[in-house]
Design a protein around this ligand. Structure first.
Ligand code: HSE
Length: 324
């Protein structure tokens, strides 16, 4: 039985979640592919951390070229996070003929065309389902089952950390700082949580959604963005007295003239609206297509295992469709 060999760049929270998901569901994954799947090399400095999973020491390397130059590696999974060196590493892997899977919304949003073009030029698959909505299969659905539509709007909660913080402040009366620490401890937050709380992570995801839905690239820094750092318990109480909850909403839509508008900001959402009842690290996204009308996606938008699920879904897809 052939083995699909994977090089993993980064074994932080999401790398660990991906490794654990593979160990947990190996039998089913290998049965569906009729092939073995092995993470053969891992680029990671921290080889001592207790990850709750046993990783043979010899898999670790500190030299990315050991992965790029290994002719047996079929797929590179990039889970370093951040724009660099992640983008350069993905481009290098592509030029070496490796298929690339990533969860890295910051790198994709910053370098969308370069990554897409390099993948195309090198005839490799580049997949990034985990970059938007964590475990929610939204990107593949937009590009597959919903492809027959002209899209008109996307609106939703795209960041698990801020939704967790707002939920804990609203429901449990928790302080902002305590809720943020809790979100970090559970592996929802970015390495630098500024990207979460300032709305930058949600803007990165909106950039990716707009590129796929409207074929329009808008750099994340050009999206008017307000985060949740100004949300106090007083504002939450004020919303409550108006029968609303505060949610960080990413929104892009075509106006009557066909022009695309976009923003990320905290909004008052009526308690009766479905988005008001999206709790903790869950995400929810409405998409409107001209044929299908409204579609709503819901699921865990952050966390090691939900994100690992999406990463491995891309690996399985590549193995089934490209690596025949
Ligand atoms: N920090 C991100 C979030 C991780 O909280 O949504 C998932 O992209």
């Amino acid at each position: 039985m052939k083995t699909i060999k994977i090089g993993l760049l980064g074994m932080g929270n999401i790398g660990t979640g991906t490794y654990k998901t593979l160990e947990m569901n190996r039998n089913e994954i290998e049965a569906t592919l009729d092939r073995k799947v092995e993470i053969v090399k891992i680029l990671e400095k921290d080889t001592e951390r207790d990850r709750g999973v046993t990783v043979p020491k010899e898999k670790f390397t500190q030299d990315p070229d050991e992965i790029f130059n290994d002719p047996d590696i079929d797929i590179v999974i990039e889970l370093l996070g951040g724009i660099e060196p992640a983008t350069t590493f993905m481009l290098t892997a592509m030029k070496k003929g490796k298929h690339v899977v990533t969860a890295n919304k910051a790198a994709i949003a910053a370098n969308y065309h370069q990554l897409m073009d390099t993948a195309k030029e090198n005839h490799i698959a580049f997949k990034f389902e985990a970059s938007v909505g964590g475990g929610i299969p939204i990107l593949g659905t937009l590009l597959g089952p919903l492809r027959a539509n002209k899209f008109q709007e996307v609106m939703g909660i795209l960041n698990g950390t801020t939704n967790y913080i707002l939920h804990m402040m609203t429901k449990e009366g928790m302080d902002y700082d305590v809720a943020l620490k809790d979100a970090q401890a559970q592996g929802f937050a970015e390495a630098d949580p500024t990207a979460d709380v300032e709305g930058i992570d949600a803007a990165n995801k909106l950039t990716i959604l707009m590129a796929l839905m409207f074929d329009k690239y808008v750099a994340p820094e050009d999206i008017p963005t307000t985060g949740i750092t100004g949300i106090t318990s007083e504002k939450i109480e004020e919303a409550r007295s108006n029968k609303c909850k505060i949610k960080l909403i990413a929104h892009a839509w075509k106006d009557d003239a066909g022009e695309i508008k976009y923003e990320v900001r905290p909004m008052y959402i009526s308690e009766t609206h479905p988005l008001a009842n999206i709790n903790k690290e869950f995400n929810a996204v409405f998409v409107k297509g001209n044929a299908v009308d409204d579609v709503m996606f819901y699921g865990k938008g952050a966390g090691p295992l939900p994100t690992g699920s999406a990463v491995l879904g891309d690996v399985i897809d590549i193995a089934k469709t490209v690596l025949r």
